[in-house]
Design a protein around this ligand. Structure first.
Ligand SMILES: [Fe+2]
Length: 302
């Protein structure tokens, strides 16, 4: 991945609007190595509590190419928070994003909540979750760059994820119309309305871009939710057109979307790619439990 120049002069690199040559080189290399199926992203781990150098390299390589990797190993349901934290740290994910509903250590057990404030949040229900990146409502200086999911128990039925590398969404939109990228890179393209939870500090309205480039690493970041009640789009015909194009891509059978239902012992390690989840149905002896950890870091090979 190219790095946007920090020196004087116009920005360069694949995500710079005026650097068509860098974009084309990066795009062609990216599209030459697409994962055709979720299995192409999958790495088997002998024990997720003790990742070997070869396993680590295989996962990091998939994340470097595709911004995500899947892993599978024996179900380790004891001390999940501790080993998941250590697992993530192996990939440079250390700076946990704490959200107001996460347990104290910032790692959330996603399961259907019978009562309490979590009931109001779709991740803690069995309802479908529409396309989004995690932490789209975060302050801009605290983006969620890395995400780990780990399935301890799957539901009796449903709970499938769709995944799309956000760099591929960028390519599809830029190829359709570079104006879509310009529109969605505006600093006020998408505003998250303020939120007030009883007993919690109110969160102010959060305007920001959909696409941004990290000035330090040159990495592309995406901030998005398809939930219409959770976002106010800029009143701008170019933004309206770009959002329609993006929604069409996500819901219109884009061939780059991967669908995967995580079985117990499976997990996702990613740079906060676009994802959704179908609804699911628990059974009395089969309650879906997925641990989620969000980080301000990106996956690295460190
Ligand atoms: Fe999510």
């Amino acid at each position: 991945m190219g790095v946007t120049a920090q020196t004087a002069g116009p920005p360069r690199g694949p995500f710079a609007p005026d650097d068509a040559a860098a974009y084309t080189r990066w795009r062609d290399a990216k599209l030459a190595h697409l994962p055709a199926r979720p299995d192409d992203l999958l790495v088997e781990l002998a024990d997720p509590r003790a990742v070997t150098a070869a396993e680590r390299a295989a996962l990091a390589e998939r994340c470097r190419r595709h911004n995500m990797a899947l892993f599978v190993g024996p179900v380790v349901a004891d001390g999940t928070r501790d080993w998941l934290r250590a697992f993530a740290r192996t990939f440079g994910l250390d700076d946990l994003d704490s959200n107001m509903l996460a347990d104290e250590d910032g790692i959330s057990p996603l399961t259907v909540a019978a009562d309490g404030p979590r009931r109001a949040y779709i991740p803690y229900t069995d309802r479908p979750l529409s396309w989004h990146t995690d932490g789209y409502y975060n302050p801009l200086h605290r983006p969620v760059r890395g995400l780990v999911l780990y399935t301890v128990q799957d539901a009796a039925e449903g709970g499938e994820n769709a995944l799309l590398d956000h760099e591929l969404a960028y390519i599809a939109l830029r190829d359709a119309d570079p104006g879509h990228i310009a529109a969605l890179s505006q600093p006020d393209a998408m505003t998250i309305p303020p939120n007030a939870e009883p007993g919690q500090p109110p969160r102010p309205a959060q305007p920001g871009p959909v696409f941004s480039v990290d000035p330090l690493t040159g990495a592309l970041h995406m901030r998005y939710t398809a939930r219409v009640r959770h976002v106010v789009w800029k009143d701008d015909p170019a933004v309206t057109a770009a959002v329609a194009a993006l929604n069409g891509l996500l819901n219109g059978g884009c061939p780059w979307v991967l669908r995967h239902r995580m079985a117990p012992g499976q997990g996702l390690l990613c740079n906060n790619v676009l994802h959704n989840r179908t609804g699911f149905r628990d059974a009395p002896d089969r309650t879906r439990l997925v641990y989620r950890a969000r980080f301000h870091d990106r996956v690295s090979a460190a």
